[in-house]
Design a protein around this ligand. Sequence first.
Ligand code: IMP
Ligand code: MG
Length: 173
Amino acid sequence: MPDFTPVLKEDEIKRHISRIAKTISFDYQGRELVLVGVLKGAFLFLADLVRELALEHVKIDFLQASSYGADTRSSENVVLKKDIDVDIRGKDVIVVEDIVDTGLTLTFLIEHLKTFGPNSVKVCAMIDKKERRKAAIQVDYACATVEKGFLVGYGLDYAEDYRNLPAIYHLKL
Ligand code: IMP
Ligand code: MG
């Protein structure tokens, strides 16, 4: 039986999302925002976040990047598995990620999105995990920062399990 230690409870996640949503709503007032969720991990986070945004024009799309193997290591070779189809030229984009670890996935995805000519690209992540950062990624909006460890729940998986947990846990394997 794996060992789960709570990191963020359901009501804490909810409070963080409300806080971030207020900031984003303020920052993007009167602009055309496109939220680009990174599949699959960001599906719950994006769904909860978008419902709290007080903005008139919000579009939603998804990207998927592949990571090799079903283990706890991040891949250094990022490959695009699913592209966006909303036209982001001249628009303001926020990439919505579950967790930023090395930052290599986001670096790749941001470079890719920039080829479409958006007005701006910012980053919103549920968890900003600092210890293994290899790329200079700025997380503009984050629920929480952790130093290290492998987290599951609320979209985050271990070998595709535990995404359905309503809270976030540290998983000791
Ligand atoms: P990065 O390229 O190292 O930043 O990796 C980011 C991706 O690795 C995330 O989008 C997750 O899919 C996965 N990942 C990194 N850390 C964790 C974790 O603690 N739990 C679950 N997935 C993780
Ligand atoms: Mg991910």
